[in-house]
Design a protein around this ligand. Structure first.
Ligand SMILES: [Zn+2]
Ligand SMILES: [Zn+2]
Length: 180
C-alpha cells in the first residue's frame, strides 16, 4: 500500500484472466457520515477481477457489521450486511463512443488505474436497512413514560385501572376474590 487510496487498482497489476483481491478498509474511508449508522469494525471487501485486454469485469462483495438504532425502542441493533458488487471498468476512450452518461454498472479507467471506492460505497448504502428493528417482536417504548417495554413493564397500564372504563373490570375481578 504505497500511498494509493483504498480500493484503487493499477491496470498493470492484473494479467489477462481472473485475479482475486481482498481488502479491509476503514469504515471512515467509505465516508458514510450522512447516514445514521455506525460501523464499529473494518469493512471486508473481496473481489474477483477478470481482465479482458483493457476491460475489467468486477464481481464481489463487501461485508460489514453495522450498528443502528431500533426505530421502535431506540436500542442499538447490530447486523451483518453483505453488499454485492458487480461492474465493468472500461477504457476512457470507449466512452466517446457511448452516450454521455455512463450506463449503470460501468465506470471508466484512465489507462493507468481505477478506484472502486465510490461504487462500493453506493452498494453498501443500498443494503443499509431504512427502518432497523431489534427484532420482529420489539414492543417499543411506553408512549407515556418512555420505558423500554422489552426490558419490563411500567405502571402506566396499571394506573389505567383507575380509569372508570376499567373500573367495572376491576370490580369484577375483586368480586371473584373469596375474601370472606
Ligand atoms: Zn426495538
Ligand atoms: Zn409507561
Amino acid at each position: 500500500m504505497s500511498g494509493r487510496g483504498p480500493l484503487t487498482y493499477t491496470l498493470s497489476e492484473f494479467s489477462e484472466g481472473t485475479s482475486e483481491r481482498s481488502e479491509q478498509l476503514d469504515a471512515g474511508a467509505l465516508n458514510l457520515g450522512d447516514v445514521q449508522v455506525s460501523i464499529p469494525h473494518p469493512v471486508e471487501v473481496s473481489l474477483e477481477i477478470t481482465r479482458m485486454r483493457e476491460e475489467f469485469r468486477i464481481r464481489g462483495q463487501a461485508t460489514l457489521r453495522v450498528s443502528q438504532n431500533c426505530v421502535r425502542c431506540l436500542e442499538s441493533v447490530e447486523s451483518v450486511l453483505t453488499a454485492p458488487i458487480a461492474m465493468l471498468v472500461r477504457g476512457r476512450h470507449e466512452r466517446e463512443n457511448e452516450s454521455r452518461d455512463a450506463p449503470e454498472g460501468v465506470l471508466y479507467h484512465d489507462g493507468e488505474s481505477f478506484s472502486l471506492l465510490n461504487e462500493v460505497r453506493q452498494s453498501v448504502i443500498l443494503e443499509l436497512p431504512a427502518d432497523p428493528f431489534c427484532g420482529p417482536d420489539c414492543k417499543g417504548l411506553c408512549p407515556h413514560c418512555g420505558v423500554n417495554l422489552n426490558n419490563g413493564s411500567c405502571d402506566c397500564a396499571a394506573s389505567a385501572l383507575g380509569d372508570p372504563r376499567w373500573g367495572v373490570l376491576h370490580n369484577l375481578r375483586q368480586g371473584q376474590m373469596p375474601d370472606h
